[in-house]
Design a protein. Structure first.
Length: 363
């Protein structure tokens, strides 16, 4: 029986481990938190910091293949491990996604349309970038930002002044795209093929994903072009394993926003809403099994459950309704805006969700 090592023990590690178990694959997870959600399902676990080189090597030594559930694994530790152990995705997709300037440049260089952008390191370069790109614009830290953290929308001169403390670290200024909608695609690739899951429309609240609606409510021709461009990008970059890309859609154009070389929050709908799912196909890739092409089972809505919605989600779970699948991650501490679970509504569109379910959750 093969063993997959997972760097990270959060909800993504939990769902990787669940799918691995269904495929007869063992898992071992490393996480600094002794109560990490994935530990409940993994066959073994290691409690250690992500920058503990000895612990990471121990994880690799005890695994047939190793993956990661978040982007910010230190390169100076992971690169030597990639040379010594079987980490099939390698370090390149992590490296390309860990710095927003590098990420945007790489996307543009490989043929994806991006918003205008410029590197910003101090007030002078910020003002030069504003002059070039205009206002409004979005100032982001180049590293470590997620779920709306580390970014600020600049609309006025006063906003520029307020943004100066952000320049304590390297930043990037991006053109503000007045998009019609946001969308994402999840892909898994091996040496033979790239399989893509149906594109979802994403609705964010306070910078955090709230809903994913599948199929995305957009021009089917635009979605097909997005799928083809994304698969070509993944092949051209030489990426293997899993990759998610987020886009802005405006008219008949789509703009690269960001990517993640790991399972993606918007892809959680695939567990019940698709004939196979993002976690299962990642496991297949890691253990060398042929990938399966996914199909959408029915129109699906995925609702993220944050701390403020946990009680409502527990009530939904108790109702045990057909086509309503409640996933609670088992985190020991609940707080507002912390991801505590998700609910997948299979056979439902956005209109039905808005009319029958939205009122049950915190606005």
């Amino acid at each position: 029986m093969k063993t997959i090592g997972i760097i990270g023990g959060g909800q993504l590690g939990l769902m990787i481990a669940e799918q691995a178990r269904e495929l007869g694959v063992r898992t071992i997870s490393l996480d600094p938190a002794p109560d990490a959600p994935a530990f409940r399902v993994c066959d073994e676990h290691i409690v250690a910091a992500y920058d503990d080189a000895g612990a990471l090597e121990e994880l690799c030594r005890r695994s047939d293949a190793v993956t990661y559930e978040f982007e910010n694994v230190p390169g100076e530790i992971l690169i030597p491990l990639c040379e010594k152990y079987n980490i099939p995705q390698g370090y390149k997709p992590l490296y390309d996604s860990q710095d927003r300037l590098r990420e945007k440049t790489n996307a543009r260089d490989h043929g994806l349309r991006t918003p205008g952008f410029a590197a910003v390191d101090d007030e002078a370069s910020l003002r030069a970038a504003v002059k070039e790109l205009g206002l409004p614009a979005v100032l982001k830290t180049r590293t470590l930002g997620y779920d709306g953290h580390g970014q600020l929308v600049l609309k006025t001169e006063a906003d520029i002044e307020r943004a100066l403390p952000l320049l304590a670290v390297p930043c990037i200024l991006e053109e503000f795209v007045r998009f019609d909608s946001e969308a994402s695609i999840v892909m898994v690739a091996d040496a033979e093929q790239v399989v893509s899951f149906p594109v979802g429309r994403n609705i964010h609240r306070d910078g955090i994903l709230d809903l994913c609606i599948v199929p995305a409510e957009a021009d089917p021709l635009v979605l097909e072009r997005m799928k083809c461009a994304s698969e070509r990008f993944m092949r051209d970059c030489g990426y293997r394993g899993i990759l998610a890309i987020e886009y802005f859609i405006k008219g008949d154009e789509f703009y690269f926003n960001e990517m993640a070389p790991r399972p993606h929050n918007s892809g959680h709908y695939t567990i019940e809403g698709s004939t196979t799912n993002q976690f299962r196909e990642l496991v297949r890739y890691l253990v060398g099994e042929p990938l399966q092409e996914p199909r959408l089972v029915a129109p699906t809505v995925m609702k993220n459950i944050l701390g403020q919605d946990l009680e409502a989600a527990e009530k939904v779970a108790a109702e045990n309704r057909d086509g309503v699948y409640v996933h609670l991650y088992g985190k020991t501490e609940s707080r507002p805006k912390r991801k505590m679970g998700h609910i997948t509504f299979v056979g439902m569109d956005a209109g039905v969700y808005a009319g029958e379910w939205a009122e049950r959750f915190v606005k």
